[in-house]
Design a protein around this ligand. Structure first.
Ligand SMILES: Cc1ncc(COP(=O)(O)O)c(C=O)c1O
Length: 535
């Protein structure tokens, strides 16, 4: 008898294991006996039953895409939350119980897949993305280095090469997939930091040879992951300059030049600029070419946070907005934003990969490579902070292969067109005020009641209430932000399901709920409806 079958037979007769309980989906508890656990080494029938269970939950989730509230109602939260506060299940639970728990989980999940979800830069995901994530778990490759996952490594190397080509970095530029944009920003700035000092910073620490603090420049509108990276890298938030922005909320290149001069005069050590290619609040793109020229003159590293906007280079009307992206020394991108991949999938690219190796390379006996070939020597850990990494590349690779890159270009172009359309509708609608029609798919606006102009504080309170009502109603979903100090509703058009009719509904609901006589909604006790931007 094969080893594997012998184990199976023995398992069936172990104490606490009820004969027949291995039938797929069977409830192991019988006749008062202690319920058995299901062995970790599942049979094909058990795997099939689990797959059917998950497929059923996903099918029901998809079927309610257009009818379910975009966020769960307070009633649903109150009813279903106790299911997720139970004790550790020491014994296997019946399949039926798992099914209803997973259905409850779906009910309590925000519908990022709804055509009317524009709250954050959280696109709906794609079919190959869903399948690839399942397959990645099935083959469970750990992408530490080529030798640990040869096929998966080839796929990731290919994906990195495709992304390099998309953003226009020269051949030889390279990088790694990360969990998301925050990690990609951290990795890019780590390489920048280590390139700025003439000694081995990894070994000697961040004292700086001449004791002069390093200074990083970014804009007032930059994502908070830049300041967080600076804190984690020992640069310190006090040494991050938030350069003022111009009328279009882009970094003011003149103000940047002045800030660098001031810091040099103060004997500080400017080392890098983190520019934005699509800010989180309005989608503004900093003047990348002007900033690059300054970086070259001042010998500063140019890192571009293109997590939000980078993939818009694929679209005809996005490409001109992103001129200069290919000049960067490092770029952070988020395939889980405008490549519509399910989370998580970020990416960092380095113009000179040796700078990344300088920051990340470590030697340990247990990671020593013996193969002589270039591929066999390849280690992803030389390009980012992580060692064990999941097979994120598969969903991106399969997405391109299945849909074609041209289809992503078409979808992004359609998003950009819808954003322009929404901006126009807002401009034309009575009682709505456009606060920013970001070129890159984000539209910020607010409700302004008729009659004499209200004070800012009153407009803020009114729009806060309106936003909460809108979200509670569950038919459309936008988030909030602040544009030039003013509270705003924010719609991120990164959703290939959205139609013009959906935008009309948004305008109509904002106008209806904003009316002073509109009834106030029910109180909400959960915290799922927090209104933090950028999530
Ligand atoms: C401009 C920008 N940079 C960085 C990030 C962080 O990306 P992630 O959430 O993938 O860490 C975001 C997230 O919204 C973003 O919009």
């Amino acid at each position: 008898m094969a080893d594997h079958r012998r184990r199976r037979k023995a398992a069936g007769s172990r104490p606490g294991r009820v004969a027949g309980a291995r039938a797929a989906g069977a409830t192991p508890s019988r006749s008062g006996a202690a319920p058995a656990n299901r062995p970790l080494d599942a049979t094909a029938a058990e795997i099939g039953a689990l797959e059917r269970l998950a497929a059923g939950v996903a099918r029901r989730w998809r079927a309610t895409r257009r009818t379910a509230p975009i966020v769960p109602t307070p009633r649903q939260v109150a009813d279903l939350a106790p299911r997720f506060a139970g004790p550790l299940p020491w014994h296997a639970e019946p399949m039926e119980r798992l099914r209803s728990d997973l259905d409850a989980l779906a009910t309590l999940s925000r519908r990022n897949d709804s055509p009317r979800f524009w709250g954050y830069v959280s696109p709906p995901g794609t079919a190959p993305g869903i399948v690839a994530d399942g397959l990645a778990a099935a083959i469970n490759q750990n992408l530490t280095a080529f030798r640990s996952a040869p096929g998966a490594s080839l796929v990731e190397i290919q994906v990195i090469e495709w992304i390099r080509e998309i953003v226009g970095l020269p051949r030889g530029a390279y990088g790694v997939l990360t969990s998301g944009g925050s990690m990609a920003n951290l990795a890019g700035l780590a390489a920048a930091r280590d390139a700025a000092v003439p000694f081995d910073l990894g070994r000697r620490g961040l004292r700086g040879e001449a004791g002069r603090p390093l200074v990083l420049y970014t804009s007032e509108e930059a994502h908070h992951s830049i300041a967080k990276a600076a804190a984690l890298l020992g640069i310190g938030r006090d040494y991050v300059r938030a350069v003022p922005v111009d009328r279009r909320l882009r970094m003011d290149a003149g103000a940047l030049r002045e800030a660098v001069r001031r810091d040099r005069r103060a004997r500080l050590a400017p080392f890098a600029v983190a520019a934005s290619a699509g800010t989180v609040t309005t989608g503004a793109v900093d003047p990348l070419r002007d900033i690059w020229r300054l970086c070259r003159r001042e010998r500063l590293w140019l890192h571009v946070d293109a997590c939000y906007g980078g993939f818009a280079v694929l679209a005809p009307s996005g490409r001109p907005l992103l001129r200069g992206l290919s000049l960067a020394d490092s770029i952070a991108l988020d395939p889980h934003k405008w490549l519509y991949a399910p989370v998580d999938a970020g990416c960092v690219l380095y113009r000179r990969p040796e700078a990344a190796r300088r920051a990340f390379r470590v030697d340990a006996d247990y990671t020593r490579m013996f193969g002589a070939g270039r591929l066999e020597q390849h280690a992803f850990w030389d390009y980012g902070p992580e060692l064990s990494r999941r097979f994120r590349a598969l969903k991106i690779w399969l997405g391109f292969k299945y849909h074609g890159a041209g289809e992503f270009a078409r979808a992004i172009e359609a998003d950009l067109r819808l954003a322009r359309l929404l901006a126009r509708k807002v401009r034309e609608a009575p009682r709505l005020e456009l606060l920013s029609a970001g070129d890159l798919g984000i539209v910020c606006f607010r409700y302004v009641p008729p009659g004499p102009r209200r004070p800012e504080a009153e407009l803020e309170r009114l729009n806060e209430r309106l936003l909460l009502e809108l979200q509670r109603e569950g038919r459309v979903f936008v988030s909030n932000a602040r544009v030039r100090g003013r509270f705003t509703l924010r719609a991120c058009l990164v959703n290939y399901r959205t139609t013009e009719a959906d935008l009309d509904l948004l305008v109509q609901r904002v106008q209806a709920i904003g009316r002073p006589s509109a009834p106030a909604g029910c109180a909400y006790s959960g915290d799922q409806r927090g209104t933090r931007p950028g999530v």
